[in-house]
Design a protein around this ligand. Structure first.
Ligand SMILES: Nc1nc2c(ncn2[C@@H]2O[C@H](COP(=O)(O)OP(=O)(O)O)[C@@H](O)[C@H]2O)c(=O)[nH]1
Ligand SMILES: [Mg+2]
Length: 282
């Protein structure tokens, strides 16, 4: 007999009576089955990790942490041997923060270290200088749950902007972006920008191996070569709040150029998938 037709068990309460059930523990936010509202129109199940590379950013962390949405699963701060109160400030602001100390040097090394300890399915990279608005994370995450593999921030896509780039950096970024587009068949509007998000599984495909500010370029090239679906997200880069940039335009521009030249010979692993929207790598 089908279980649907089974006569009601006398010991079972009538369907209209309230059932006495054991109290269930609240599932941890990392539970992949739990939907969490991330906006008035969207709820998502995958946990989101935010990785923040920080070197002497104590004064900026209060602003950075304040804009992070409350549905974030975890915040991983990668400390670059800061000599100020970066670590203590992070822990005071957010006792549940995961702090990791990077072994090597440079932003790339810091991000690789942070990615390795993330437990979320989605990883968002956010700078610690106050230039990135955490309220934009929902746009990145929306693109990923809608089908993108890599959500790439762009200050030069429609709706994006920057208050932080000098004319020299703008020019260098533009030239390097054009070079990457020409060499790898991408359609990027920005290249050296630190605000990006991706599914953690992408890390297997892009196998990052670099130390410095060339890290974003390397990611942007490797995702094209791997045939991943990339969607650009218009983003506004605000002025660094306190302190000065660690980037040196000429030195780091040359590092970026070397990565582009080194990666040039690579081939796409897979046939690219159908386009999503503007800015995707084809
Ligand atoms: N952990 C770590 N973070 C770094 C390092 N270099 C830069 N960062 C961080 O990377 C982010 C971007 O660096 P920033 O100096 O603002 O460069 P810019 O945004 O390109 O001008 C900031 O949060 C920095 O604190 C490093 O060597 N180690
Ligand atoms: Mg900055």
């Amino acid at each position: 007999m089908s279980s649907f037709l089974r006569p009601a068990d006398a010991t079972e309460p009538h369907p209209t009576e309230p059932r006495v059930t054991e109290p269930q523990p609240t599932p941890p936010p990392s539970d992949r089955r739990v939907y969490r509202p991330v906006s008035s129109h969207l709820a998502i199940a995958p946990p989101v990790s935010v990785v923040i590379p920080a070197m002497n950013e104590a004064a900026n962390l209060p602003y950075v942490f304040k804009t992070l949405p409350d549905w974030i699963h975890e915040v991983v701060l990668v400390d670059g041997n800061s000599t100020d109160d970066t670590v203590r400030t992070a822990r005071a602001l957010r006792p549940d923060v995961t702090v990791v100390q990077q072994r090597g040097q440079g932003k790339g090394d810091a991000l690789i270290t942070g990615f390795a300890v993330c437990t979320g399915d989605i990883i968002v990279m956010v700078d610690a200088d106050g230039s990135a608005d955490g309220n934009e994370i929902v746009s990145y995450v929306s693109a990923l749950v809608a089908g993108a593999d890599f959500a790439k921030g762009s200050r030069f896509a429609n709706g994006g902007g920057t208050d932080d780039m000098t004319p020299v950096r703008k020019l260098g970024n533009r030239v390097l972006t054009a070079l990457v587009n020409a060499k790898f068949g991408a359609r990027y509007t920005d290249l050296c920008y630190g605000y990006n998000a991706f599914w953690r599984r992408c890390l297997d495909e892009i196998a990052l191996d670099c130390a410095g500010f060339e890290v974003e370029t390397l990611m942007n090239i490797r995702v094209v070569k791997a045939g991943l679906r990339v969607q650009e997200i218009p983003s506004h880069e605000y002025l660094r709040i306190h302190g000065v940039s660690n980037l040196r335009a000429v030195r780091d521009g040359i590092r970026v150029l070397k990565v582009i030249l080194r990666e040039r010979g690579g081939r796409r692993k897979r046939t690219p998938r159908p386009a999503l929207i503007t800015g995707e790598a084809l």
